[in-house]
Design a protein around this ligand. Structure first.
Ligand code: PLP
Length: 365
Protein backbone atom coordinates (compact mmCIF):
# COMPACT_ATOMS: atom_id res chain seq x y z
CA UNK A 1 0.00 0.00 0.00
CA UNK A 2 1.25 3.52 -0.79
CA UNK A 3 2.70 5.26 2.28
CA UNK A 4 0.72 8.12 3.80
CA UNK A 5 3.02 11.11 3.31
CA UNK A 6 1.04 13.51 5.52
CA UNK A 7 1.27 11.02 8.37
CA UNK A 8 5.00 10.63 7.67
CA UNK A 9 5.56 14.39 7.89
CA UNK A 10 3.89 14.50 11.32
CA UNK A 11 5.26 11.26 12.77
CA UNK A 12 7.57 13.09 15.16
CA UNK A 13 5.36 16.14 15.66
CA UNK A 14 2.61 14.04 17.12
CA UNK A 15 4.92 12.78 19.89
CA UNK A 16 6.19 16.22 20.99
CA UNK A 17 5.81 17.80 24.39
CA UNK A 18 5.23 21.54 24.76
CA UNK A 19 8.35 23.57 23.94
CA UNK A 20 10.17 20.80 22.04
CA UNK A 21 11.61 21.67 18.61
CA UNK A 22 9.51 20.78 15.58
CA UNK A 23 12.61 20.20 13.42
CA UNK A 24 14.58 17.06 14.26
CA UNK A 25 17.42 17.80 16.74
CA UNK A 26 20.84 16.52 15.68
CA UNK A 27 22.39 14.38 18.40
CA UNK A 28 26.11 14.53 17.78
CA UNK A 29 27.35 12.35 20.63
CA UNK A 30 29.32 9.12 20.96
CA UNK A 31 28.58 8.80 24.68
CA UNK A 32 25.29 8.80 26.55
CA UNK A 33 24.65 9.47 30.24
CA UNK A 34 24.18 5.92 31.47
CA UNK A 35 24.36 5.28 35.22
CA UNK A 36 23.41 1.73 36.26
CA UNK A 37 21.58 -0.72 34.02
CA UNK A 38 21.12 0.45 30.38
CA UNK A 39 17.35 -0.22 30.53
CA UNK A 40 16.83 0.30 26.80
CA UNK A 41 18.42 3.78 26.73
CA UNK A 42 20.99 4.90 24.16
CA UNK A 43 24.30 3.31 25.15
CA UNK A 44 27.11 4.07 22.73
CA UNK A 45 27.37 5.78 19.34
CA UNK A 46 28.19 2.61 17.40
CA UNK A 47 25.06 0.91 18.74
CA UNK A 48 22.40 3.59 18.60
CA UNK A 49 21.68 7.28 18.30
CA UNK A 50 18.42 9.26 18.71
CA UNK A 51 18.81 10.92 15.27
CA UNK A 52 19.18 7.48 13.65
CA UNK A 53 16.07 6.27 15.47
CA UNK A 54 13.96 9.14 14.14
CA UNK A 55 15.23 8.61 10.60
CA UNK A 56 14.56 4.86 10.81
CA UNK A 57 11.06 5.65 12.01
CA UNK A 58 10.38 7.70 8.86
CA UNK A 59 11.99 5.09 6.57
CA UNK A 60 9.95 2.33 8.25
CA UNK A 61 6.84 4.34 7.53
CA UNK A 62 7.84 4.63 3.86
CA UNK A 63 8.73 0.93 3.54
CA UNK A 64 6.00 -0.38 5.86
CA UNK A 65 8.71 -2.53 7.42
CA UNK A 66 11.49 -2.28 10.01
CA UNK A 67 14.51 -0.38 8.59
CA UNK A 68 18.17 0.01 9.49
CA UNK A 69 20.30 2.82 8.12
CA UNK A 70 23.83 2.56 6.74
CA UNK A 71 26.48 5.09 5.67
CA UNK A 72 26.01 4.35 1.93
CA UNK A 73 24.05 2.20 -0.45
CA UNK A 74 26.99 -0.19 -0.74
CA UNK A 75 27.15 -0.47 3.05
CA UNK A 76 23.45 -1.44 3.02
CA UNK A 77 23.99 -4.00 0.24
CA UNK A 78 27.03 -5.42 2.07
CA UNK A 79 25.01 -5.68 5.29
CA UNK A 80 22.17 -7.55 3.57
CA UNK A 81 24.61 -9.97 1.91
CA UNK A 82 26.86 -10.54 4.93
CA UNK A 83 23.76 -11.11 7.08
CA UNK A 84 22.36 -13.79 4.78
CA UNK A 85 25.39 -15.58 3.26
CA UNK A 86 28.02 -17.93 4.65
CA UNK A 87 30.86 -20.00 3.21
CA UNK A 88 29.43 -22.46 0.67
CA UNK A 89 26.32 -20.35 -0.03
CA UNK A 90 25.31 -19.65 -3.63
CA UNK A 91 24.27 -16.14 -4.58
CA UNK A 92 22.77 -14.94 -7.87
CA UNK A 93 23.21 -11.29 -8.92
CA UNK A 94 22.37 -9.33 -12.07
CA UNK A 95 25.15 -9.01 -14.63
CA UNK A 96 23.75 -5.64 -15.76
CA UNK A 97 23.01 -4.00 -12.41
CA UNK A 98 25.07 -1.51 -10.42
CA UNK A 99 28.66 -2.60 -11.08
CA UNK A 100 30.00 -2.19 -7.53
CA UNK A 101 27.60 -4.91 -6.30
CA UNK A 102 29.33 -7.23 -8.77
CA UNK A 103 32.73 -6.06 -7.52
CA UNK A 104 31.71 -6.79 -3.92
CA UNK A 105 30.66 -10.30 -4.89
CA UNK A 106 33.68 -10.89 -7.07
CA UNK A 107 36.43 -9.33 -4.98
CA UNK A 108 35.23 -10.25 -1.47
CA UNK A 109 32.32 -12.71 -1.19
CA UNK A 110 33.89 -15.23 -3.55
CA UNK A 111 37.15 -15.07 -1.53
CA UNK A 112 35.16 -16.13 1.54
CA UNK A 113 33.80 -19.26 -0.12
CA UNK A 114 30.53 -17.86 -1.49
CA UNK A 115 29.71 -19.11 -4.99
CA UNK A 116 28.66 -16.15 -7.14
CA UNK A 117 26.66 -16.42 -10.37
CA UNK A 118 25.43 -13.65 -12.67
CA UNK A 119 22.53 -13.42 -15.11
CA UNK A 120 21.21 -10.54 -17.21
CA UNK A 121 18.00 -8.98 -15.88
CA UNK A 122 15.96 -9.83 -18.98
CA UNK A 123 16.89 -13.53 -18.71
CA UNK A 124 17.03 -13.69 -14.93
CA UNK A 125 14.47 -16.46 -14.41
CA UNK A 126 16.00 -18.73 -17.09
CA UNK A 127 17.51 -21.74 -15.36
CA UNK A 128 15.33 -21.34 -12.25
CA UNK A 129 16.55 -20.70 -8.72
CA UNK A 130 17.17 -24.17 -7.28
CA UNK A 131 20.23 -24.23 -5.06
CA UNK A 132 20.53 -20.46 -4.63
CA UNK A 133 20.56 -19.28 -1.02
CA UNK A 134 20.29 -15.62 -1.94
CA UNK A 135 19.03 -13.95 -5.12
CA UNK A 136 19.65 -10.23 -5.54
CA UNK A 137 17.63 -8.33 -8.15
CA UNK A 138 17.72 -4.76 -9.38
CA UNK A 139 14.62 -3.56 -11.24
CA UNK A 140 14.74 -1.33 -13.16
CA UNK A 141 18.40 -2.15 -13.62
CA UNK A 142 20.95 0.63 -13.53
CA UNK A 143 21.79 1.81 -16.16
CA UNK A 144 19.86 -0.28 -18.74
CA UNK A 145 16.39 0.19 -17.16
CA UNK A 146 15.39 -3.41 -17.86
CA UNK A 147 12.79 -4.79 -15.49
CA UNK A 148 11.93 -8.13 -13.98
CA UNK A 149 8.71 -9.50 -12.49
CA UNK A 150 9.57 -9.14 -8.79
CA UNK A 151 6.53 -11.10 -7.58
CA UNK A 152 7.35 -14.06 -9.80
CA UNK A 153 11.02 -14.09 -8.72
CA UNK A 154 10.04 -13.83 -5.04
CA UNK A 155 7.66 -16.78 -5.38
CA UNK A 156 10.10 -19.01 -7.26
CA UNK A 157 13.03 -18.24 -4.95
CA UNK A 158 10.91 -18.85 -1.84
CA UNK A 159 9.75 -22.17 -3.28
CA UNK A 160 13.45 -23.08 -3.63
CA UNK A 161 14.10 -22.03 0.02
CA UNK A 162 16.13 -18.98 -0.93
CA UNK A 163 16.06 -15.34 0.20
CA UNK A 164 15.37 -12.47 -2.22
CA UNK A 165 16.99 -9.05 -1.96
CA UNK A 166 15.82 -6.18 -4.20
CA UNK A 167 17.88 -3.06 -4.81
CA UNK A 168 15.12 -0.44 -5.07
CA UNK A 169 17.42 2.58 -5.47
CA UNK A 170 16.17 3.67 -8.88
CA UNK A 171 12.49 3.64 -7.86
CA UNK A 172 12.33 4.54 -4.13
CA UNK A 173 9.47 3.22 -1.97
CA UNK A 174 7.17 5.77 -3.62
CA UNK A 175 7.73 4.24 -7.06
CA UNK A 176 7.88 0.54 -6.25
CA UNK A 177 7.21 -1.63 -3.19
CA UNK A 178 9.18 -4.87 -3.53
CA UNK A 179 8.26 -6.10 -0.02
CA UNK A 180 4.57 -5.95 -0.95
CA UNK A 181 5.39 -8.11 -3.97
CA UNK A 182 6.89 -10.81 -1.75
CA UNK A 183 10.59 -9.82 -1.82
CA UNK A 184 12.28 -10.57 1.54
CA UNK A 185 14.74 -7.67 1.80
CA UNK A 186 14.94 -4.22 0.22
CA UNK A 187 18.25 -2.37 -0.05
CA UNK A 188 18.55 1.22 -1.21
CA UNK A 189 21.16 3.82 -1.91
CA UNK A 190 19.60 6.83 -0.19
CA UNK A 191 22.44 8.88 -1.64
CA UNK A 192 20.18 9.23 -4.71
CA UNK A 193 16.56 10.42 -4.77
CA UNK A 194 15.84 9.67 -1.11
CA UNK A 195 18.37 12.27 0.08
CA UNK A 196 17.87 14.16 -3.16
CA UNK A 197 20.26 17.08 -2.72
CA UNK A 198 23.60 15.47 -3.65
CA UNK A 199 25.03 16.38 -0.25
CA UNK A 200 25.00 13.06 1.60
CA UNK A 201 25.80 9.36 1.14
CA UNK A 202 23.44 7.00 2.97
CA UNK A 203 21.60 3.71 2.53
CA UNK A 204 19.09 1.47 4.25
CA UNK A 205 17.96 -2.13 4.59
CA UNK A 206 14.27 -2.97 5.12
CA UNK A 207 12.70 -6.34 5.81
CA UNK A 208 9.63 -7.78 7.50
CA UNK A 209 11.68 -10.78 8.63
CA UNK A 210 12.72 -10.33 12.27
CA UNK A 211 15.41 -12.98 11.88
CA UNK A 212 17.04 -11.19 8.94
CA UNK A 213 16.83 -7.75 10.58
CA UNK A 214 18.45 -9.08 13.76
CA UNK A 215 21.39 -10.30 11.69
CA UNK A 216 21.59 -7.00 9.79
CA UNK A 217 21.60 -5.03 13.06
CA UNK A 218 24.28 -7.32 14.48
CA UNK A 219 26.36 -6.81 11.33
CA UNK A 220 26.10 -3.03 11.68
CA UNK A 221 26.99 -3.06 15.38
CA UNK A 222 29.85 -5.54 15.07
CA UNK A 223 31.37 -4.35 11.78
CA UNK A 224 30.98 -0.71 12.81
CA UNK A 225 29.43 0.21 9.46
CA UNK A 226 27.52 3.13 10.92
CA UNK A 227 26.30 6.45 9.56
CA UNK A 228 27.31 9.74 11.14
CA UNK A 229 24.45 11.50 12.97
CA UNK A 230 24.77 14.55 10.72
CA UNK A 231 24.34 12.38 7.61
CA UNK A 232 21.27 10.79 9.19
CA UNK A 233 19.90 14.25 9.91
CA UNK A 234 20.46 15.36 6.32
CA UNK A 235 18.68 12.31 4.94
CA UNK A 236 15.78 12.90 7.36
CA UNK A 237 15.44 16.42 6.03
CA UNK A 238 15.64 15.24 2.43
CA UNK A 239 12.87 12.70 2.96
CA UNK A 240 10.48 15.45 4.00
CA UNK A 241 10.37 16.64 0.37
CA UNK A 242 10.76 13.25 -1.34
CA UNK A 243 7.13 13.12 -2.44
CA UNK A 244 7.14 16.53 -4.19
CA UNK A 245 10.59 16.04 -5.70
CA UNK A 246 9.83 12.53 -6.96
CA UNK A 247 6.51 13.63 -8.43
CA UNK A 248 8.11 16.53 -10.33
CA UNK A 249 11.04 14.39 -11.50
CA UNK A 250 8.87 11.53 -12.81
CA UNK A 251 6.45 13.90 -14.56
CA UNK A 252 9.32 15.75 -16.23
CA UNK A 253 11.06 12.50 -17.24
CA UNK A 254 7.93 11.40 -19.10
CA UNK A 255 7.74 14.72 -20.98
CA UNK A 256 11.44 14.66 -21.87
CA UNK A 257 11.40 11.00 -22.96
CA UNK A 258 8.48 11.63 -25.34
CA UNK A 259 10.29 14.58 -26.91
CA UNK A 260 13.73 12.93 -27.06
CA UNK A 261 12.32 9.93 -28.93
CA UNK A 262 11.45 12.17 -31.91
CA UNK A 263 14.57 14.35 -31.82
CA UNK A 264 16.72 13.69 -34.92
CA UNK A 265 20.02 13.68 -32.97
CA UNK A 266 18.82 10.84 -30.71
CA UNK A 267 19.09 7.25 -31.92
CA UNK A 268 17.48 5.47 -29.02
CA UNK A 269 15.66 6.32 -25.79
CA UNK A 270 14.88 3.99 -22.92
CA UNK A 271 12.22 5.06 -20.43
CA UNK A 272 9.73 2.65 -18.85
CA UNK A 273 6.96 5.22 -19.34
CA UNK A 274 7.21 5.05 -23.16
CA UNK A 275 4.49 2.73 -24.51
CA UNK A 276 6.88 0.74 -26.71
CA UNK A 277 9.71 0.50 -24.17
CA UNK A 278 10.58 -3.16 -23.40
CA UNK A 279 9.98 -2.43 -19.68
CA UNK A 280 6.63 -0.70 -20.15
CA UNK A 281 4.27 -3.62 -19.46
CA UNK A 282 6.14 -4.70 -16.31
CA UNK A 283 6.40 -1.10 -15.13
CA UNK A 284 2.64 -0.67 -15.53
CA UNK A 285 2.05 -3.82 -13.54
CA UNK A 286 4.44 -3.30 -10.65
CA UNK A 287 5.51 0.32 -10.29
CA UNK A 288 3.48 3.31 -9.14
CA UNK A 289 5.53 5.71 -11.31
CA UNK A 290 7.85 5.26 -14.29
CA UNK A 291 10.79 6.89 -12.52
CA UNK A 292 13.12 9.82 -13.14
CA UNK A 293 15.91 7.99 -14.99
CA UNK A 294 16.04 7.68 -18.74
CA UNK A 295 18.74 6.90 -21.25
CA UNK A 296 19.46 8.30 -24.68
CA UNK A 297 21.97 7.09 -27.22
CA UNK A 298 23.52 9.58 -29.64
CA UNK A 299 25.68 8.98 -32.72
CA UNK A 300 29.11 8.87 -31.12
CA UNK A 301 31.07 9.14 -27.89
CA UNK A 302 32.23 12.64 -28.91
CA UNK A 303 28.67 13.82 -29.48
CA UNK A 304 27.57 12.35 -26.17
CA UNK A 305 30.41 14.10 -24.32
CA UNK A 306 29.70 17.39 -26.11
CA UNK A 307 26.02 17.19 -25.18
CA UNK A 308 26.63 16.33 -21.51
CA UNK A 309 29.38 18.91 -21.04
CA UNK A 310 27.70 21.85 -22.74
CA UNK A 311 24.06 21.66 -21.68
CA UNK A 312 23.79 24.36 -19.00
CA UNK A 313 21.01 22.57 -17.08
CA UNK A 314 22.80 19.21 -16.86
CA UNK A 315 25.56 18.46 -14.37
CA UNK A 316 28.14 16.15 -15.95
CA UNK A 317 28.34 13.93 -12.90
CA UNK A 318 28.06 10.34 -11.76
CA UNK A 319 25.22 9.39 -9.37
CA UNK A 320 21.59 10.43 -9.89
CA UNK A 321 18.34 11.36 -8.17
CA UNK A 322 19.28 14.90 -7.12
CA UNK A 323 17.34 18.12 -7.60
CA UNK A 324 19.86 19.08 -10.32
CA UNK A 325 19.46 17.11 -13.54
CA UNK A 326 22.65 15.20 -14.32
CA UNK A 327 24.00 13.00 -17.08
CA UNK A 328 26.92 10.75 -17.87
CA UNK A 329 28.24 8.24 -20.36
CA UNK A 330 28.12 4.96 -18.51
CA UNK A 331 30.68 3.31 -20.79
CA UNK A 332 33.31 5.41 -19.00
CA UNK A 333 32.90 3.08 -15.98
CA UNK A 334 32.95 -0.07 -18.09
CA UNK A 335 29.18 -0.72 -18.14
CA UNK A 336 28.32 -2.92 -21.11
CA UNK A 337 26.55 -0.17 -23.08
CA UNK A 338 27.10 1.77 -26.32
CA UNK A 339 29.90 4.41 -25.99
CA UNK A 340 27.27 7.06 -26.90
CA UNK A 341 24.77 5.82 -24.27
CA UNK A 342 23.90 8.55 -21.76
CA UNK A 343 22.11 7.99 -18.45
CA UNK A 344 20.08 11.09 -17.69
CA UNK A 345 18.71 11.76 -14.22
CA UNK A 346 15.86 14.23 -14.40
CA UNK A 347 15.88 16.76 -11.58
CA UNK A 348 13.50 19.40 -10.29
CA UNK A 349 14.05 22.18 -12.83
CA UNK A 350 10.83 23.43 -14.46
CA UNK A 351 10.34 21.04 -17.36
CA UNK A 352 10.00 23.59 -20.19
CA UNK A 353 13.19 25.37 -19.13
CA UNK A 354 14.96 22.02 -18.92
CA UNK A 355 13.69 20.85 -22.31
CA UNK A 356 14.75 24.10 -23.93
CA UNK A 357 18.30 23.68 -22.62
CA UNK A 358 18.43 20.02 -23.70
CA UNK A 359 16.96 20.73 -27.12
CA UNK A 360 19.35 23.64 -27.74
CA UNK A 361 22.35 21.48 -26.87
CA UNK A 362 21.15 18.60 -29.07
CA UNK A 363 20.49 20.99 -31.96
CA UNK A 364 24.01 22.38 -31.64
CA UNK A 365 25.72 18.96 -32.03
N1 PLP B 1 22.61 0.55 -5.99
C1 PLP B 1 22.42 1.25 -7.11
C2 PLP B 1 21.35 0.84 -8.07
C3 PLP B 1 23.22 2.38 -7.37
O1 PLP B 1 23.03 3.07 -8.50
C4 PLP B 1 24.23 2.74 -6.45
C5 PLP B 1 25.11 3.90 -6.67
O2 PLP B 1 25.16 4.46 -7.76
C6 PLP B 1 24.39 1.97 -5.30
C7 PLP B 1 23.57 0.88 -5.10
C8 PLP B 1 25.46 2.28 -4.30
O3 PLP B 1 25.12 3.37 -3.53
P1 PLP B 1 26.20 4.29 -2.76
O4 PLP B 1 26.96 5.02 -3.80
O5 PLP B 1 25.34 5.13 -1.90
O6 PLP B 1 27.07 3.36 -1.98
Amino acid sequence: MAPKIGEMLHLRGNTLNKGEPVALPLTQSSMFHLPGAPDGHATYGRVDNPTWVQLEHVLSHLEDAPCLIFPSGMAAISAALFATLKAGSRVLIPSDGYYVTRLLADRFLSHLGVVVEERPTTAFTKGGFDGFDVVLVESPSNPGLDMIDLGAVAEQVRAADGITIADNTTMTPLGQRPLDLGIDVVVSSDTKAMGGHSDVLMGHVASRSTQIMERVEEWRRVSGTIPGPHEAWLLHRGLETLDVRFDRMCNSAQVLAERLVVHPAVNKVRYPGLPDDPSHALAQAQTARFGFLLSLTLDSEDQAEAFINTCPLLRPATSFGGVHSSAERRARWGDNVDPAFIRLSVGCEPVEELWQAIENSLNAL
